[in-house]
Design a binder for this molecule. Structure first.
Ligand SMILES: C[S@@+](CC[C@H](N)C(=O)[O-])C[C@H]1O[C@@H](n2cnc3c(N)ncnc32)[C@H](O)[C@@H]1O
Length: 355
């Protein structure tokens, strides 16, 4: 675990707020936005230049200026200069695997209660987008231990994290390998505050998560499909060492704001993934299970392949009820036909004859 250096504050720490304040410095990344709203991100170097087919912009016209400055290149093109936000960076950084979008990263940090100084483990690391948000939340004196089974992804993530923070982050380390095997080897039982999983099969990690998570610790999983959501929730219940799982999704709809034309955008990112949380119970405690009517729905491998009503928790409908519904439906059709016929006749009677 990292410890605070005497005399250092959260602002002056290696990745503290002071790095993002004040005039723009050589070595910093800045986002240029042109008059058409197109973004380019550059790293400022003394004597460097940003070239396009419409002239070039010397970096020295930016260095030393405040954020929000408007600069002009050699052919009169104007650019607005800002430090990129985390959300700008994540959406434009190199990707190996699908990234967790900022809207979900925000939910994860808040709903998994990731706090400064927390001990967090994460898998898989993918492109490192979520790792950046988690590192921001734990801060320089917390710890984020990320597990990734594929070396190429770990390399991409390392590159992205280091680019974003301007070098290695003191709270971060990556272990290569399968989370469920490596985490129990590297973390003491009951020592981890939060577990964050974004992977294909989080249900395979239930035992490992229960082993390393401290009592009261939060486990959050991000999954892309309802089949994964359902299987993870059932694995958590079956394990018995966690509270009842909570699942949800979030949707964010941008708005077009122009004069009186204020309305939702025509396009949106409609689906990213689902989130699921559960908390570790104290050792030996038995979870309170919500009282439900007796159910015949046992979750099995077969259910994954066939969406039977039982597998999705629907009540079995008796053959008798189905026959009655069919009779109702058919009598409605007949009644409708009769009413239509009467209406037709009435219309015919009332229609003036053509001359
Ligand atoms: C969708 S990506 C993660 C994206 C990442 N959260 C981000 O925001 O950039 C899923 C990653 O999980 C890794 N993975 C899948 N199962 C794993 C396991 N059991 N242990 C470690 N890594 C795993 C995959 O190799 C892949 O890189």
């Amino acid at each position: 675990m990292n410890s605070e250096t005497p005399g250092q504050t959260a602002a002056t720490a290696p990745h503290g707020a002071d790095n993002r304040r004040g005039p723009l410095r050589p070595g910093e990344r800045v986002q240029l936005t042109d008059e058409k709203g197109r973004h380019s991100t550059i790293t400022l170097t003394e004597g460097g230049a940003f070239h396009t087919h419409r002239g070039f912009l010397p970096h020295d016209t930016i260095i030393g200026k405040p954020e929000g400055t408007i600069v002009t290149n050699t052919t009169g093109q104007q650019y607005q200069v800002l430090r990129p936000l985390l959300s700008d960076f994540v959406l434009s950084m190199p990707r190996g695997a699908a990234v967790v979008y900022p809207k979900d990263a925000g939910q994860i940090v808040t709903m998994a209660d990731i706090y400064p100084g927390a001990r967090v483990v994460e898998a898989g690391v993918g492109s490192g987008a979520l790792s950046i948000s988690l590192l921001r939340a734990v801060g320089d004196y917390g710890s984020l231990h990320s597990f990734e089974r594929r070396e190429e992804f770990a390399d991409i993530a390392r590159g992205n994290v280091e680019t974003f923070f301007g070098g290695p982050h003191p709270a971060w380390n990556i272990t290569l390998g399968d989370f469920q095997e490596e985490v129990v080897r590297t973390e003491e039982p009951g020592s981890v505050d939060r577990v964050v999983l974004d992977m294909l099969a989080p249900w395979e990690c239930t035992d490992a998560v229960a082993t390393v998570l401290a009592p009261g610790g939060v486990w959050i999983s991000y999954v892309a499909t309802v089949t994964q959501l359902s299987r993870t929730a059932e694995a958590i219940r079956a394990d018995g060492r966690f509270t009842e799982p909570d699942g949800w999704e979030s949707m964010v709809r941008g708005w077009h704001l122009e004069g009186l034309a204020v309305r939702p955008d025509h396009r949106m990112v409609a689906h990213t993934g689902f989130l699921l949380t559960a908390r570790r119970l104290a050792e030996g405690a038995t979870g309170l299970v919500a009282k439900r009517r007796a159910s015949k729905t046992n979750f099995s491998e077969e259910d994954l392949n066939a969406w039977t009503p039982a597998a999705v928790g629907e009540r079995e409908v008796s053959a008798h009820k189905l026959r009655r519904a069919a009779r109702d439906a058919s009598s409605k059709v007949q009644r409708g036909a009769l009413e239509n016929a009467e209406k037709y006749n009435a219309d015919q009677d009332g229609t003036p004859e053509t001359p």
